[in-house]
Structure formats: structure tokens, C-alpha cells
Design a protein around this ligand. Structure first.
Ligand SMILES: [Zn+2]
Length: 182
């Protein structure tokens, strides 16, 4: 799934979160796209260099042409950032600390859950990395061209606007208290 769609899914998590969480939209959006930072700063630039592009940034086809990326450490950092096991170790100890920590954990998990079915074959996710088990997904969103990506962003943006409308009507108990006191 593209990073913009992930960011929007995170934004939806932020919108759904109780309004008394400060910067809830920013937390949702940021943690929703965070796992792909490893992609943007490591995997794509390295693979772009390997493929000999003038601008060192890989496209989808480069992964097919240069499967040796699978053994490179940059790809393994990406696998780690997309591991549910890593998520559990990095986020669950802070779960009870604050509602903001819960939101961050949920937004990060939303990214992993969206990526698990959308990578197939040898490029399937390893949800329990470093335990070597590849989940063979259902489709390859990461190979999509501009058309489907724009559609995916548009649909997710529409869902966000819909959820925003719903949130005007439905409130968390903490928000009701907030309303009563103000
Ligand atoms: Zn991802």
C-alpha cells in the first residue's frame, strides 16, 4: 500500500480517537506512515543505486529485476519495521501509559495490517520477523501504477471525511464530560 494511503488510514485512527488526546490527528497520521520510513530512506535509495538509476530511487519493477534486495540489510530493516512481533515489543509496554500511546500503537498496527494482505510471493510480509515465516498475501498493492494509487488515496480520503461526519454525532464518554464542563 502506498504511504499516502497509510497516512490517511492513520488520520482516520486519529479522528476516531478521543478528542482529549492532544495532537491526535498528527499522532495518527505520523505513526500510520512511520513503518515506511525504512522504505523511503533505505530500501528504495539502495535499490535505485543497484539498478543504476540517475535518481537513486527504485520503482516497483526494480524489485522484480533485482531480487537480491531480499538478502540486503536495508530490506531486513524494512521487514523488522513491518513485524507484528517488533510492534508488540516496541509499543505494548507503553500501552497503559497514556491514551496517546494507545493511539500511536493502533495507528502503527493499522499500517502493518494493511500491508500483510497486499504483498505476495517472495515479497510477502514476515509478520513475525525475525521468525522466518512469509505470509503470501492476496494482491500486490506495491506494484500499482499511478491510477490505482490515486484511487486508493481518494477512497481513503472519502472514508476519512465520512468518519469525520460521524464523529460530530458519536462521542467517547470522556468527550461527553468535556462537553458538560465547558
Ligand atoms: Zn509499509
Amino acid at each position: 500500500m502506498d504511504t499516502a494511503t497509510h497516512a490517511l488510514v492513520g488520520l482516520i485512527c486519529g479522528e476516531l480517537a478521543p478528542k482529549d488526546i492532544k495532537h491526535r490527528h498528527l499522532i495518527g497520521l505520523g505513526f500510520g506512515m512511520l513503518p515506511d520510513i525504512t522504505n523511503l530512506i533505505l530500501v528504495h535509495p539502495y535499490l535505485g543505486l543497484l539498478a543504476g538509476h540517475t535518481i537513486p530511487f527504485a520503482g516497483g519493477q526494480d524489485f522484480i529485476d533485482f531480487p537480491q534486495i531480499l538478502d540486503h540489510w536495508t530490506y531486513h530493516v524494512w521487514l523488522l519495521s513491518h513485524s507484528l512481533l517488533f510492534w508488540a515489543i516496541a509499543f505494548l509496554p507503553f500501552w497503559r501509559r497514556s491514551p496517546a500511546a494507545k493511539l500511536a500503537a493502533i495507528a502503527y498496527a493499522s499500517h502493518l495490517i494493511a500491508d500483510i494482505p497486499s504483498h505476495t510471493g517472495i515479497y510477502g510480509l514476515e509478520p513475525l520477523y525475525p521468525i522466518p515465516y512469509i505470509f503470501d498475501g492476496w494482491f500486490d498493492a506495491w506494484l500499482w501504477g499511478p491510477g490505482p494509487i490515486v484511487l486508493s488515496i481518494a477512497i481513503t480520503a472519502f472514508v476519512y471525511l465520512f468518519v469525520r461526519q460521524l464523529r460530530k454525532r458519536y462521542h467517547w464518554p470522556s468527550e461527553r464530560i468535556l462537553q458538560r464542563t465547558t
